[in-house]
Design a protein around this ligand. Structure first.
Ligand code: ZN
Length: 340
């Protein structure tokens, strides 16, 4: 089968032939139809510091996918050949306290599809049946392929009650834009999204009825005045991992404001804890998706009018993956979907 492989410890990825996977008793094999390129994949492609210490080579990469089950293991019930599916890319164990308590997303022994175990940028991928999420008929493969990042957005956005609240999202990458769209969908009042990249901000404005702000051109004080907001933002969704963005956010939160933090800073940064204490802020760190409550919620919201399809800006054949990766690295895209 074709597979996109990190062949050696260097920049880039290679499309080459690999043996097709064989299911264990508790696995299914999925014929991959569409995949999304994630920021994680870009780290692996660029072979940055994180990738160098995390990814064993060779490794088939990719973890955002939709496809069809073509084989099921001997123990698998409730799933059948022909079902259209996506699935959770974090494979959890059975031993930790968190898993035994049902908090699967908090398992310290989690392995990542396309990170520690063979991934989905291939004609076929092996997935534990436990991880499979069947797709309703009205969720097509293209949306199925971006449920993983949408899940990050849903997990972050639904961390706090947003109804009637004023929300600031820092970082207008695909996940930030989708989180802002979710805040709008569930009934926030003002939803402001900040970035420094005009292409991303323009995309944000096309995806949902939100207020894109280029932070190099307008400060949040004047945005608040423009929106007639008196005190500050009630809820912050941090999606950029940028020190300056977090500072701007905390400077403009209300007393008792709540922040969900998904962005991953590339290096440690200084936090003015005294300011946070005197503002009585709550900060919740987010990683991945809750299994499987986040999946349930996102499918339900997609079926009740949440539209994130415009966040997909590029649809490419899998063979043209270099184009996709380089476009992402230049910051000129929303979500990029590869067709297999
Ligand atoms: Zn991802």
């Amino acid at each position: 089968m074709r597979a996109l492989v990190k062949v050696e410890a260097a920049r880039g990825l290679t499309m080459r032939q690999e043996p097709a996977p064989v299911p264990g008793p508790d696995d299914v094999i999925v014929k991959v139809k569409k995949t999304g390129i994630c920021g994680t994949d870009v780290h692996i492609y660029k072979w940055d510091e994180w990738a160098q210490k995390t990814i064993p080579v060779p490794m088939i990469v990719g973890h955002e996918y939709a496809g069809e089950i073509v084989e099921v293991g001997s123990h698998v019930k409730n799933l059948a050949v022909g079902m259209r599916v996506s699935g959770e890319g974090h494979v959890v164990g059975t031993k930790s306290r968190a898993v035994r308590a049902g908090h699967f997303h908090l398992d310290p022994e989690t392995q990542g599809i396309g990170v520690n175990i063979p991934g989905a940028f291939a004609d076929y991928v092996r997935i534990p049946a436990f991880n499979v999420v069947p797709l309703p008929d009205d969720i097509d493969d293209e949306l199925g392929a971006i449920l993983d990042p949408l899940g990050n957005a849903v997990h972050t956005a639904l961390s706090f009650n947003l109804i009637g609240e004023d929300v600031i999202v820092t970082g207008a990458g695909p996940i930030g834009i989708m989180a802002a769209a979710i805040a709008r969908h569930v009934g926030a009042r003002h939803v402001v999204i900040t970035d420094v990249n005009p292409t991303r901000l323009a995309l944000a404005g096309r995806v949902a009825d939100i207020t894109p702000v280029n932070i190099t051109e307008e400060d949040l004080k004047s945005v608040m005045a423009r929106l007639k907001m008196a005190e500050g933002f009630d809820v912050g969704l941090e999606m950029s991992g940028q020190e300056a963005a977090f500072q701007q956010m905390t400077d403009h939160m209300v007393m008792g404001g709540r922040i969900a933090f998904l962005g991953i800073p590339s290096r440690p940064f200084v936090v003015d804890w005294a300011k946070l204490v005197f503002k009585v802020l709550t900060i919740k760190c987010i990683y991945g998706r809750e299994m499987f409550e986040t999946w349930y919620k996102m499918l339900a919201m997609l079926q009740s009018g949440l539209n994130v399809r415009p966040v997909i800006t590029h649809r490419l054949r899998a063979e043209d993956y270099v184009d996709g990766f380089e476009t992402m690295i230049r910051g000129e895209s929303g979500k990029i979907v590869l067709e297999w």
